[in-house]
Design a protein around this ligand. Structure first.
Ligand SMILES: [Zn+2]
Ligand SMILES: [Zn+2]
Length: 406
């Protein structure tokens, strides 16, 4: 067959070329043996050039040999194993040559310089390793300047140049990756639905770290804290925003304004009164309106219709001097053994101002937002114990439930 015939012809040609190569090497070896001095030096240089030239030939052949899969015909598991058992190469040296063969296919300028003897095998091995590390596309963009360096440097120095290049590429790649991630950041705050607002978002790594650090630093699990970690994180986020919006690191000073529309009945806690309406959307229960109104600096409450004037008149803020006096006396949330500092607290009216409780020191205590909420919305009581601390009294219905289950 023609195909078999051409294969046989190629084999004949290779064998006779190989014989001529061996004869030429023998001839060359004899000539080198007779050389000395500067001529011997010249001969040694020529020897290395020939060896590099043969490595180039070897790499081209090896690339095609790998693609043919022929190495497997003899039972070798892979090309490296085949090279080790047939070509007197260690595993490392074999793997390096496979790497060179693969990468050279994609580095045409390097391939040409290698074939012309402008760079040696070791230079090319460094280029191939660099391409493996940072990708062939990056090396190709800088191929000309890298080759220029390789031509004037020994492979050891050139390795330094290549390593620098790798670091620059890695840094550039890492920066590009970070910039892509940064572009994807977003935060979505949904409209209130079923009494909840859904948060949904993505942060880049730096933003995530800052958020995580801020949340963890402020998560202060109290001694009687039965909130889940998720609930603590949610509370902490809101507290952080509350402080930020107030622009103050303590409870005194400007506080964020929540504008709530509520009727006087709602404020008075009259049974059957409508819920309060947040200006930003959503409704809050009457008791929440009363809690927010408790530390009125936090909240501006507007009534409806003819109630407007009445409520505006009634809703007064706690003067900063009064707040400072309460902070100086209580130092922290007064509930039980809670130790949350003033910046996490509201000023609570023991008797609500809508029921005539005055905004004076004796009617005010510091409560952290969690305890403030427990006292208003969850029905807990406050009872003054010894040493001026306030004990928490569970809601009646909870006591009754416990009594039943006991
Ligand atoms: Zn209160
Ligand atoms: Zn507390």
């Amino acid at each position: 067959m023609v195909h078999d015939g051409s294969m046989a012809a190629a084999g004949d040609r290779l064998r006779s070329a190989g014989a001529r190569l061996t004869a030429a090497i023998n001839d060359y070896a004899a000539a080198l043996r007779n050389a000395d001095g500067a001529t011997l030096g010249e001969g040694l240089i020529r020897t290395r050039e020939a060896k590099d030239r043969l490595e180039c030939v070897f790499a081209e052949g090896l690339r095609r040999f790998e693609k043919s899969g022929e190495y497997a015909a003899e039972g070798a598991l892979d090309l490296v194993a085949w090279l080790r058992s047939n070509c007197k190469l260690s595993g490392g040296a074999a793997a390096e040559r496979v790497g060179v063969a693969r990468q050279l296919e994609h580095l045409p300028e390097t391939q040409k310089a290698f074939a012309r003897g402008e760079v040696g095998y070791q230079h090319v091995a460094v280029m191939a390793r660099t391409a493996e590390h940072v990708g062939v596309a990056a090396v190709r963009q800088a191929e000309a300047s890298l080759l220029k360096a390789a031509e004037t440097m020994d492979p050891g120095l050139f390795t330094g140049v290549a390593k620098n290049f790798e670091h620059r590429m890695d840094a550039a790649a890492a920066l590009a990756e970070a910039n892509r991630a940064h572009e994807r950041r977003y935060l979505h705050v949904s409209e209130p639905l079923d009494g909840m607002v859904r948060l949904d978002g993505l942060l880049d790594v730096e933003g995530g770290a800052i958020l995580r650090t801020a949340l963890n630093a402020s998560m202060l699990p109290g001694k009687d804290d039965d909130r889940t970690p998720g609930q603590r994180r949610a509370d902490t986020l809101v507290d952080l925003c509350r402080r930020k919006a107030g622009g103050s690191s303590t409870g005194a000073g400007p506080r964020p304004q929540l504008v709530i529309r509520a009727s006087l009945d709602t404020l008075l806690g009259t049974p059957g009164a409508p819920a309060g309406e947040l200006e930003t959307g959503g409704f809050v229960p009457a008791e929440t309106v009363r809690r927010l109104a408790c530390d009125a600096a936090l909240t501006r409450i507007t009534g409806r219709g003819e109630l407007e004037a009445e409520i505006s008149h009634a809703a007064r803020s706690i003067p900063p001097s009064t707040r400072r006096a309460v902070e100086a006396r209580d130092r922290r949330c007064v509930a039980g053994r809670c130790d949350r500092p003033p910046q996490w607290t509201d000023v609570h009216h023991l008797q609500h101002w809508t029921q005539g409780g005055p905004t004076i020191l004796t009617n005010l205590v510091l409560l952290c937002r969690r305890h403030h909420r427990m006292v208003h919305e969850e029905g807990w009581g406050l009872r003054r114990g010894e040493h001026g601390r306030w004990g928490l009294i569970p809601p009646l219905k909870l006591v009754a439930a416990h009594a039943r289950s006991a």
